[in-house]
Design a protein around this ligand. Structure first.
Ligand SMILES: *Cc1c(COP(=O)(O)O)cnc(C)c1O
Length: 431
């Protein structure tokens, strides 16, 4: 689909300068996110008179290209749970991306998007015998694992398959840690891959996931150290993996934290740590070592936005006697903003002029439309500065909402339907 253009140019919208005291609203003069034009997204949002999720395929394609420019030669396996939207998957598959799938249904979706089976791996360490057999039947030959029990099942239901073993990480430095449920200690990983070899499987690799929206270069450093030690131990047994998989965790750049301060992840440092780390690992192995990565959020978050609208701006006495304003929006935790407990999205109120007049703003807790009290921004319910004059029906654009929006959407909680999803393309070279 392409952006409707019948309404002329989009309003110029500039995001607020960084800093905690700036209102989370924008001035209506420029179309930019970190100096990058909102481009196709802005044009489509401006032309939308109903709620939706919009993805900018051109932006996603450029994000993919940039990742490959930073880490040349990487086999990118997009973690499709971050955006299981067919057009997005096709766009990535056309550029050569493969997929990190977590179930037979995701494998089918990746195949339908045009990815060959040898560019899809089963990246979930949690799977039933039935799912392993089904993945094998669909042509998938590479499986994540982290336990002897799972290796035994893979050997039985996907004989001869390639396996890579996930090492545990602490999750430190990430907004979502992903620890404990997955991964094993280095010693156990050696045992798991040795057992795999004995069972007729190919001990093909090692993987990690440093946690989602990782905010530190040090987490990658620790993961690479752990991989190095494990590769040396494997070498002692004559096991030479052909790849390491650094998983997901690369951050989005456009989020605010729960207090409204910009999250500013040191992306350049992360890439430098990964490049240096890979060089070191390659020096430890006799055979060539490929780098696989499974970005999810990083490829899509900043290139998706919600068009929602205002339900009501209210003022009420709270149980503690204080007065609080609440801004209720048509989108919240259950229809596109599941991660609103950890991050805050930049909000744009395109019909409200920002003439710098502080009197025009009020602090309000921003919340979604449902009868669930979790459906609000931040555990501490931190207020956001919003235009005082907001009225029912006014549009609001919610930026950097492209990751995990559709996959975490409920099917009609309180009768609220999932948002329709639209993919647009900007002119090449715009980003
Ligand atoms: C979810 C997931 C990813 C993607 O994580 P992001 O933080 O979104 O990059 C990558 N690998 C695995 C195994 C996952 O479960």
């Amino acid at each position: 689909m392409s952006a409707p253009n019948g309404r002329g140019a989009p309003p110029d919208v500039r995001l607020p300068p960084r800093g905690r005291d700036r209102p989370q609203v924008t001035r209506t003069r420029a179309t930019a996110l970190h100096g990058t034009p909102l481009g196709a997204l802005g044009a489509h949002l401006a032309a939308s008179d109903a709620d939706r999720i919009v993805y900018d395929l051109t932006g996603i394609a450029h994000q993919y290209d940039n990742l490959l420019a930073e880490l040349p030669g990487t086999d990118v396996r997009f973690a499709l749970k971050a955006c299981p939207v067919d057009e997005v998957l096709r766009c990535l598959a056309e550029r050569g991306a493969g997929f990190d799938a977590a179930s037979p249904a995701e494998i089918r979706q990746a195949l339908n998007a045009g990815a060959p089976a040898d560019r899809i791996h089963y990246g979930n360490t949690v799977k039933s015998d039935h799912d392993i057999a089904e993945a094998h039947r669909l042509g998938v030959r590479t499986f994540a694992t982290d336990s002897l029990e799972d290796v035994t099942a893979i050997a039985a239901h996907a004989p001869g398959a390639r396996v890579f073993c996930r090492l545990a990480t602490s999750g430190e430095g990430a907004l979502w840690g992903l620890n404990r449920k997955f991964g094993c200690a280095p010693d156990d990983a050696v045992r798991v891959l040795a057992t795999a070899r004995a069972a007729g499987l190919v001990p093909a690799g090692l993987s990690v996931h440093v946690g989602s929206q990782q905010m530190t270069g040090e987490a990658w450093q620790r993961a690479l150290d752990s991989l190095a030690g494990t590769l040396v131990a494997l070498d002692g047994l004559g096991i030479a993996p052909d790849h390491v998989n650094l998983g997901g965790g690369l951050p989005a750049l456009g989020y605010l934290d729960r207090h409204g301060n910009p999250l500013d992840p040191p992306l350049d440092k992360m890439f430098a740590v990964i490049r240096e780390g890979m060089e070191r690992l390659t020096g430890l192995t006799a055979s060539p070592l490929r780098l696989v990565m499974e970005p999810g959020r990083h490829l899509v978050a900043d290139h998706g936005a919600l068009r929602a609208h205002v339900y009501r701006l209210t003022e009420r006495a709270q149980p503690d006697g204080t007065h609080a304003r609440w801004l209720y929006l048509s989108a919240g935790k259950f229809n596109g903003l599941y991660e609103m407990d950890q991050v805050r999205h930049r909000l744009v109120f395109p019909t409200q002029p920002d003439d710098g007049d502080d009197e025009a703003y009020v602090p309000a807790v921003v919340a979604g439309p449902t009868c669930d009290s979790d459906d609000a921004y931040g555990a501490g319910r931190h207020p956001v500065r919003v235009p005082r004059a907001l009225a029912s029906g006014d549009p609001v654009w919610i930026l950097s909402a492209g990751a995990y929006a559709t996959s975490y959407t409920t099917q009609g909680f309180n009768g609220i339907r999932p948002l329709p999803c639209v993919c647009v393309r900007g002119p090449e070279g715009q980003h």
